[in-house]
Design a protein around this ligand. Structure first.
Ligand SMILES: NC(=O)c1ccc[n+]([C@@H]2O[C@H](COP(=O)([O-])OP(=O)(O)OC[C@H]3O[C@@H](n4cnc5c(N)ncnc54)[C@H](OP(=O)(O)O)[C@@H]3O)[C@@H](O)[C@H]2O)c1
Length: 192
């Protein structure tokens, strides 16, 4: 729902947009699926080439390994011929937010969702002004948005990517897995 809120409700997702999602966790993979289903171009960053390959199978066009290419924003600009991207799902924050500002195209939007890289960021003001970037904090979404999203998911046949389903007694293991990094969602089944 957070990805839907950011990309569709806040960002007005269209096929002509370029979207960048960071990493291959639950929010980003769902953002990739939504954006690819809308026909948008999607750039995915990840610490793992194997996960990038899986993201490609879900419709990602451009793949950037942010460990091998810590200056990932430069690579994102390169693959978009210096045009930049329309929207970024900022799940990392910390140092990443400044890089995102460098990656956005004029009038683009950064949805600040997570803090995987840190709670505070240093922001380069000049590119932010020059490109009139909108940076907006996002917290999930409303029930109405959830219902709208579900209608759309049925139409577009999107099925969320679930990495692993854990039973309730294995919940601690599920959190460990989340901490190590899952591809898509981790589910804890409450009912036996
Ligand atoms: N605002 C909201 O309403 C809301 C809703 C849901 C989640 N969140 C927050 O959003 C963040 C992501 O949630 P999630 O459920 O998608 O998490 P997750 O499934 O745990 O995602 C973790 C993945 O993010 C990637 N990652 C980690 N550090 C990164 C970095 N410095 N730069 C780029 N990618 C990085 C890694 O992907 P690779 O393994 O591919 O490198 C990692 O596997 C968390 O901070 C969470 O608390 C906020």
């Amino acid at each position: 729902l957070t990805a839907w809120h950011a990309l569709v409700k806040n960002g007005g997702l269209t096929a002509s947009q370029t979207i960048l999602v960071q990493g291959t966790g639950g929010v980003s993979i769902f953002g990739l699926q939504l954006a690819a289903a809308a026909g948008a171009r999607v750039i995915v960053t990840s610490s793992s080439d194997e996960k990038l390959e899986r993201a490609k199978q879900l419709g990602a066009k451009d793949l950037i390994n942010y460990v091998r290419t810590p200056e990932w924003h430069k690579e994102a600009l390169k693959v978009t011929e210096q045009q930049g991207v329309d929207q970024i799902l900022e799940v990392a924050a910390g140092r990443s937010l400044g890089q995102s500002i460098e990656t956005i195209r004029p009038g683009g939007k950064i949805a600040v969702i997570g803090i995987l890289d840190g709670f505070t960021s240093e922001i380069p003001i000049f590119p932010m002004l020059q490109r009139q970037v909108t940076i907006r904090g996002m917290v999930t979404g409303s029930r109405k948005m959830f219902e709208e999203m579900n209608e759309e998911l049925e139409k577009s046949q999107i099925r969320p990517v679930i990495d692993t389903v854990y039973s309730f007694p294995d919940a601690l293991e599920a959190y460990d897995h989340l901490y190590r990094g899952a591809f898509g969602k981790i589910v804890i089944r409450v009912r036996p």
